[in-house]
Design a protein around this ligand. Structure first.
Ligand code: NAX
Length: 331
């Protein structure tokens, strides 16, 4: 039998946490043959609720779940973890300045970076979900210098999956037949959902999405804004932000990273930029990646037309500004 993998979920008493921990315990993230030990962290005001989640995990009697650590102590939470999913953060409240929210998250991610660096298992893989996800991941990277930069990522897979979903609805095809959309840049409304290399598996073989949709105005307009604004649309409908789709996409992100992407398929991940596609190095930026042997690689050589170029640059600019704002919170 396999040794259990320790998976940390921060903000585990929150809504995404509540959807995510049962998925992990059922093997959705790491496979149905992989035992897991869940480490759940939240803050003292949520300690009782966190304990309630722990009680439910016990009650669900998940065969793969070999243990649960539920704590408000970051060091205890981080000790020995192989995977860290960072969902906890400070939400933007009405009337708050961007800088105030950034400042709260910078201090949270600075502290948790140190706890992970000192106590996580070697080669721990980190996924930041909490917003501003790209910049929180960057702060975590800066304050955990001994964790390799390639081990620190942020979630844009939800946006990627949303783009697959929109194409599938438009063409009335199975979502599993659509692949290779790309989310470029920030997990914010400046992201660029790109279908220029996306394909659909049809009875007549693989066809480009553009050829099948035959509606460039929709693809260059409404499609992009729908994906960019989907989070707001969910809030409007549910009066709560997306949780089940965020949790499911976080599982997809880790699963593909650890177990690999299928041949001929790429996914979107926020990763540390090496300057590929003339994206400034030193940002956490969402790129198309393939994964093998537990490592991601940015897909190279895709053609970028003028329309796309502007959008790649715009979202990079926003990330550079966020980075500057985050740094200004440190001094
Ligand atoms: P909730 O407010 O329901 O849960 C957040 C939890 O984090 C709370 O239980 C809170 O007590 C806890 N927390 C706060 N500070 C903490 C700290 N220092 N250490 C540990 N835990 C802490 O929010 P939820 O709806 O679960 O969303 C969580 C985060 O995901 C938010 O930042 C949200 O903006 C972000 N999202 C990111 C998405 C993405 O695709 N990257 C999509 C979904 C979501 O909007």
């Amino acid at each position: 039998a396999k040794e259990p993998v320790r998976v940390l979920v921060t903000g585990a008493a929150g809504q995404i946490g509540y959807a995510l921990v049962p998925m992990i315990a059922r093997g959705v993230m790491l496979g149905t043959d992989q035992p897991v030990i869940l480490h759940m962290l939240d803050i003292p005001p949520a300690a009782e609720a966190l304990n309630g989640v722990k009680m439910e995990l016990v009650d669900a009697a998940f065969p793969l779940l070999k243990g649960v650590v539920a704590t408000t102590d970051a060091v205890e939470a981080c000790t020995g973890v192989n995977i860290a999913v960072m969902v906890g953060g400070f939400p933007r409240k009405e009337g708050m300045e961007r800088k105030d929210v950034m400042s709260k998250n910078v201090s949270i991610y600075k502290a948790q970076a140190s706890a992970l660096e000192q106590h996580a298992a070697p080669n721990c893989k980190v996924l930041v979900v909490a917003n501003p996800a790209n910049t929180n991941a960057l702060i975590l990277k800066e304050f955990a210098p001994s964790i390799p930069a390639k081990n620190i990522t942020c979630l844009t897979r939800l946006d990627h999956n949303r783009a697959l979903g929109q194409i599938s609805e438009k063409l009335n095809v199975q979502v599993s037949d659509v692949k290779n959309v790309i989310i470029w840049g920030n997990h914010s409304s400046s992201q660029y959902p790109d279908v220029n290399h996306a394909t659909v598996n049809t009875a007549a073989g693989e066809k480009p999405v553009r050829e099948l949709v035959k509606d460039d105005a929709w693809l260059n307009g409404e499609f992009i804004t729908t994906v960019q604004q989907r989070g707001a649309a969910i809030i409007k409908a549910r009066k709560l932000s997306s949780a089940l789709s965020a949790a499911s996409s976080a599982c997809d992100h880790i699963r593909d990273w650890v177990l690999g992407t299928p041949e001929g398929t790429w996914v979107s991940m926020g990763v540390y930029s090496d300057g590929s596609y003339n994206v400034p190095a030193g940002l956490i930026y969402s790129f198309p990646v393939t994964c093998r042997n537990g490592e991601w690689t940015i897909v190279q050589g895709l053609s970028i037309d003028e329309f796309s170029r502007k959008k790649l640059d715009l979202t990079a600019e926003e990330l550079s500004e966020e980075k500057a704002l985050a740094y200004s919170c440190l001094s």
